[in-house]
Design a protein around this ligand. Structure first.
Ligand SMILES: [Zn+2]
Length: 570
């Protein structure tokens, strides 16, 4: 391909609204353009990378024995009602009426539709089945941002396994796990597999593949000693022994004028350190007020609450709801004697005494609170966020925490969807049983951006060879010099013949502009053909990532470069 003929609109500056490195570079290097919030057009360079990622994923899925499908984006409401997710997904799902007045949704995932197709399976003898597709998904993200990392429309490979029993599901899950490991190796992404919350997908177990990067929005707790790793949504730890506060025969009210926060009370003379306070959060769960208690120095992981209570709706209560229910503003709330409310407390509060909490009266708190004695806790749950340095729940060694980007998520779904869709088979004993399903997703656009997050420098992107839009650029220093252009063309054509993805930069531009563009776009190898080198019978080879250069004899240049590329491709 000739650079002069390809649409590569590189920009001098980063887009003003971009924060994530991948967002800046993909726009500046001409890979994509935003159409509206969370919706991007991929330009030729972006599409070339996406296709390479897709082909790697396809090869590894096929290697694992999966079969490719293509399902619709338009889904009738009825099938989503059967799983209960039409209302559960709510505004996350694009939902509208067609001209006949029927409710239609844009597919955000395809469990329902694949389970519906699986209802044509009849016998365990047809199992296991593994089905996948590449398809556009739609999610009406409340806060689309970071370029391709959080979008409303994206391409996903989703697959679904069907087995006759749990043991079969375990095997299918393992097969997918291994396929994903191979995929990330080929994409050049060093991922860690972590325990995760299954969220709205349901099922009992799920694993995320995480890339450690500041651009991520998830936090992971990991133990280097035993290998335990989990998303904060799921992570547990050994909570350090808490200090003992002053025990009293009964809670004692004391004035705390102006105290609004845990920190205020910790700073106040006669107050209490944060870890001796009880934090009282007010939630509305299925339209009922619920009090959620944590040690004052801990944070609530809302997903843990969601995963534990199985509610249709769950949200923090509004300030006026709180005042109506408890009679105080959020700075003075507490659950002492709160018999009228459902009270949920974090496990680490069990047995604590000498605690301080709000009195449900503005500017007053209670001290000497004994949690078991004074607070009617109805549910003890693990709700708190793990902190760095706490003990690993498995081995006790110190936990490390770091920011991650989720690049894939795989689920053991069980029979939720097959039961809803009537997907049953006869088992070995002639009994009808629901098919046991797994679901496995990997977002292609997000992985494209993740690779950029992992491979960049001050000059631009440094694509790994397997996904580079082009593997080699042949840059002609003086395209108007016929000898120069001819020599460059010979190398370019020889590379094409060797099945190398090569682009010839034949533009009538200054060398500096061409080199800058090649570095920004991130092409792994650059062959520079100039009159001076040709006079000595050489061209220059530059490796993008290391910046190393060397001279190659002009007649053997293509051969040598092709060897490098093929060797790196693997
Ligand atoms: Zn451990």
């Amino acid at each position: 391909m000739l650079w002069s003929r390809v649409f590569i609109p590189t920009l001098r500056d980063n887009p003003a609204d971009a924060e994530a490195v991948s967002h800046k570079l993909l726009v500046r290097a001409g890979f994509m353009r935003q159409l509206m919030a969370g919706v991007y057009s991929l330009l030729p360079l972006g599409q070339r990378v996406l296709q390479k990622i897709e082909e790697i994923v396809r090869e590894e899925m096929n290697r694992g024995g999966a079969q490719e499908f293509r399902l619709p984006c338009l889904h009738p409401r009825e099938i989503w009602d059967r799983s209960g997710r039409w209302s559960k997904m709510g505004s996350e799902m694009f939902q509208f009426e067609d001209r006949r007045g029927s409710d239609v949704g844009l597919g955000m995932t395809h469990e329902e539709i694949f389970a519906h197709l699986a209802s044509e399976l009849r016998s365990y003898k047809e199992l296991p089945q593994s089905w996948y597709q590449f398809q556009t998904k739609f999610r009406d993200e409340p806060r689309p941002k970071s370029g391709l990392l959080r979008v409303r429309e994206f391409t996903m490979k989703d697959s679904y396994s069907m087995d006759v029993d749990e043991a079969g599901l375990d095997r299918s899950f393992e097969t997918h796990f291994e396929a994903y490991r191979r995929i990330f190796k080929r994409l050049g992404l060093e991922t860690v597999a972590v325990e995760a919350s299954s969220g709205s997908m349901g099922g009992k177990e799920s694993i995320e593949f995480m890339l450690q990067t500041e651009a991520g929005e998830d936090w992971v707790a990991a133990c280097e000693s035993c290998g335990y790793a989990a998303n904060f949504e799921k992570a547990t730890s050994r909570v350090p022994e808490a200090p003992k506060g002053e025990a009293l025969p009964a809670p004692e009210k004391f004035p705390t004028p102006g105290v609004r926060t845990i920190a205020d009370l910790a700073a106040m003379e006669g107050g209490a350190p944060a870890d001796c306070q009880i934090k009282t959060l007010v939630y509305t769960i299925d339209e009922k007020i619920v009090l959620v208690l944590l040690p004052g120095d801990d944070s609530l992981v809302e997903q843990k609450l969601e995963d534990s209570v199985e509610a249709e709706s769950l949200r923090p209560a509004e300030p006026d709801e709180i005042r109506a229910a408890l009679g105080a503003h959020p700075g003075s709330l507490g659950a002492v004697g709160a018999d009228d409310f459902f009270v949920i407390a974090d496990e680490s509060l069990r047995g604590r005494s000498g605690m301080v909490t709000g009195a449900n009266e503005d500017d007053f708190h209670l001290r000497g609170v004994d949690v078991d004695r004074d607070i009617p806790v109805k549910g003890w749950l693990d709700l708190r966020e793990v902190k760095a340095g706490e003990g690993c729940a498995l081995c006790g060694e110190s936990l490390r925490v770091y920011k991650c980007l989720e690049v894939a998520h795989i689920f053991k779904l069980g029979t939720v969807y097959s039961e809803a869709m009537g997907a049953q088979v006869l088992n070995e004993n002639g009994k009808n049983v629901p098919v046991v399903m797994g679901s496995y997703g990997i977002g292609l656009d997000r992985n494209l951006a993740a690779i950029v997050e992992a491979y960049n420098d001050d000059a631009g992107i440094c694509w790994p060879i397997n996904v580079a839009p082009f593997e080699v650029v042949v840059s002609v220093i003086k395209p108007k010099d016929v000898d120069c252009l001819e020599a460059a063309k010979r190398i370019y054509e020889a590379l094409l013949e060797r099945q190398i993805d090569v682009i010839l930069d034949d533009r009538d531009e200054r060398p500096g502009v061409k080199f800058k563009d090649a570095d920004l776009v991130g092409i792994p190898y650059r062959v520079t053909v100039g009159p001076k080198g040709l006079g000595d019978g050489v061209v220059e080879l530059k490796e993008r990532r290391s910046g190393n250069t060397r001279d190659l004899e002009v007649n053997h240049a293509a051969e040598t470069v092709a060897e490098f590329v093929l060797d790196e491709r693997r």
